[in-house]
Ligand binder design. Sequence first.
Ligand code: AMP
Ligand code: ZN
Length: 115
Amino acid sequence: MKDDCLFCKIIKGEIPSEKVYEDEFVLAFRDINPAAPIHILVIPKKHIDSLAGLENEDKEYVWKIHEAMNKIAEQENFKEDGFRVIVNCGKDAGQEVMHLHYHLLAGQKMGDKIV
Ligand code: AMP
Ligand code: ZN
């Protein structure tokens, strides 16, 4: 964990969050400024700066995040209708919080795809 990291503070419970899912590897909570009716952030319970900072030893976290997103989609009842996953990495993508996080967006027909 990193002392000055917002999401590490959320993991440690020093900053409150609206938790949606938690296991040994992953925490998921609602985004404070939602961009869709359902907007959940899924993060590893280990400080990893960004997708570009992933190491081989982190691969279990990556799988667990993907597994958690499927569990959340079932739990929150949007698996059938679908969802969008976004990871901003670095400055050109506008990453603001330097702790790897997956945006899980659902609950509406999404706007135009970029890719
Ligand atoms: P990014 O721009 O990809 O780094 O995304 C950071 C996200 O974190 C944004 O969507 C913010 O709304 C969200 N965020 C910032 N602070 C909090 C917080 N305390 N609780 C929940 N979400 C937050
Ligand atoms: Zn962190």
